[in-house]
Design a protein around this ligand. Structure first.
Ligand code: TXA
Ligand code: MG
Length: 317
């Protein structure tokens, strides 16, 4: 069921049940992070491997001291600068956070999401919310309540409807190795913006073999219809015997039905492209086509995170 009833969401979460929640990045599948049975349900509903840990959501920087043993200076700067917002920080956890949430790691991933409904919800609760993106494991992340309903609707009692996620890309994940800040997942806050606050960061390329590198399996966010990434005109020739759909940055292409071409941002705006990305991938996945041809964006600002998702969506590994 979809609705805007915060009181009902509070009741369900207090009972240890799961609720779909809106955030500015993507929708989350939320449960009481301190309740092992709720956390176990999250993994089951998502069909998510237990080695892939969950992000813990709370509503203020002050509250995170209940959950972490320390907040190093650079982490504090990031929290003050970007929260509420699309930045997740890896910090040493206190015992109160179950090992199940962190897949056995001593670090917990925390963020304060920037969405009025979810912040209001978190203020009503006596516990933080563990919430992965509310999609079946490996599929495209949901950016509307309807996306969540169509895939998980029969498995969870309620989805809080906060409209389309404003950003449309998951949070950026930052951790520290010694003093060095490391970006483990590119996301809604650009590396350029982070570096303005704390100086140079390292970016870890994703890995499918090392689960410590945050859930960064190579094939992820993937539609069912094969997606081919590269120069679209070249691929139109190469796939001329197939029914083609197109996901382009700014333009349309000759010879392909217009209704099978989705343009991320005609004016070339990264934020607009990010906002449309997952929704358009889902729309293409519903079309009567056999292959999706997509192209990379310029590799800067949010373009980097968008390109990361496009590469994973098209990966066959
Ligand atoms: O924007 C977001 O981050 C959304 C919204 C709902 O907040 N959440 C989200 O969660 O994208 P999820 O579970 O789809 O991706 C979280 C990533 C996972 O890849 C996981 O491996 C990593 O964060 N992660 C979580 N806890 C971690 C930890 N303790 N250590 C390392 N990586 C962690
Ligand atoms: Mg996810």
């Amino acid at each position: 069921m979809i609705g805007k009833d915060i009181k009902l969401a509070v009741e369900l979460l207090n009972e240890g049940k799961l609720v779909g929640i809106p955030t500015e990045t993507v929708y989350g599948l939320a449960g009481n992070a301190l309740n092992e049975s709720a956390v176990t349900q999250i993994f089951a509903v998502k069909n998510r491997p237990s080695f892939d840990p969950l992000i813990v959501h709370t509503d203020s920087v002050e509250k995170i001291h209940q959950f972490v043993t320390e907040l190093p200076p650079k982490a504090q700067m990031l929290a003050h600068h970007f929260w509420a917002g699309a930045l997740t920080i890896l910090l040493p956890k206190k015992k109160i956070i179950p090992d199940l949430v962190t897949s056995g790691s001593d670090l917990v991933a925390i963020r304060v999401p920037k969405h009025p409904l979810t912040l209001a919800l978190l203020r009503e609760l006596d516990f933080p919310l563990a919430a992965p993106s509310a999609n079946p494991f490996g599929y495209i992340s949901p950016t509307t309540a309807q996306h969540v309903e169509s895939q998980l609707g029969d498995k969870i009692p309620y989805i809080l409807d906060g409209g389309a996620s404003q950003l449309g890309l998951e949070s950026t994940i930052v951790g520290f190795e010694g003093e060095t800040p490391i970006v483990y997942r590119k996301g809604g806050i650009s590396i350029e913006a982070i570096e303005k606050v704390i100086g140079k960061v390292q970016v870890r390329p994703h890995s499918s073999s090392n689960p410590k590198a945050p859930g960064m399996l190579k094939s992820h966010y993937a539609p069912r219809i094969p997606m081919i990434l590269g120069d679209i005109p070249t691929h139109i020739l190469q796939y001329k015997n197939k029914k083609i759909g197109i996901l382009s940055f700014q333009q349309t292409f000759e010879g392909i039905p217009r209704e099978h071409q989705l343009i991320l941002s005609k004016k070339g705006d990264f934020a607009e492209a990010a906002h449309h990305l997952f929704d358009y991938m889902r729309q293409l996945d519903q079309m009567d086509i056999e292959v999706i041809l997509a192209e990379l964006l310029p590799e800067k600002d949010l373009g980097r995170a968008i390109n990361d998702r496009l590469k994973r969506a098209s990966s066959q590994e």
